[in-house]
Design a protein around this ligand. Sequence first.
Ligand code: AMP
Ligand code: MN
Ligand code: MN
Ligand code: MN
Length: 283
Amino acid sequence: MRYDLHLHSHYSDGMLTPTALVELAHAKGVNVLALTDHDCTDGLAEAAAAARTADIQFVPGVEISVTWQDITIHIVGLGIRADDETLMHGLARLAAARHERARDIARRLEKRKIHAAYEGAARLAGGTILGRTHFARFLVQEGYVANIGQAFKQYLLRGAAAYAPVRWATLEEAVSWIRSAGGQAIIAHPTRYKFSNGKLRKLLADFKACGGAGIEVICAGQTPEVTARCAALVREFELLASVGSDYHGPNTPWIEPGRLAALPAECTPVWQHWQGVTPAAMS
Ligand code: AMP
Ligand code: MN
Ligand code: MN
Ligand code: MN
């Protein structure tokens, strides 16, 4: 079985529709797929329908933005009921915060004589979620920067010219929303935050204390050293292990759905109790 439990559609900052994403993943040999758009579940129904057609197992998911110790981290929810009131209210709050931040980013760009960035970014969004990636694409499209990486570096990363701070959910909130919706909470790409080992262990302890289930042990393009570090952490904290490409679209051709290293044998996979769950029951 080939699992990929972290992918984005154009309902957040991915490039593809949920249908195109599921079809691509299927073509790449994925058997079990989770759609995990940033702070939104709008693509889940379409992805579930496409997964039924392709005969692959679908896991409804989400990737929630969290502010923990003043730093943004991401918590993936797997196996969520998207119509859960608590989750819906929480995500609505984050979507509103995104729009406020987007206005703020646009104001800061305006000061640098980059006009109508809000409208430009919104035009590039496939749904209602607005993110920095949409501003980055707008800046590339209008010729202000050469590529997406440059757009982040020059304008959108913390400390850059148009960076706008935002307060996301707390760690406790994100985990409780996911659990309220019947899902498992997973720390996304745990080594991408560049935390020291001490800080990462503090995050895992906090996460575990509020009911977190696991962490992503396998991400796309990861070195064996990083995998070993994550595997040691799941053992120490008795967490489950997840795997995900964090695929956003064909613009990053070095990342492909389902092209992931195997989980180390000593890790307990997050899907250990999923066996027998039919696509219909998960969607
Ligand atoms: P947001 O949630 O709107 O703040 O945007 C975060 C998203 O921006 C991440 O999920 C990535 O898809 C993308 N991103 C963050 N940093 C970079 C970067 N340095 N280069 C390219 N994309 C990035
Ligand atoms: Mn993203
Ligand atoms: Mn993420
Ligand atoms: Mn992601």
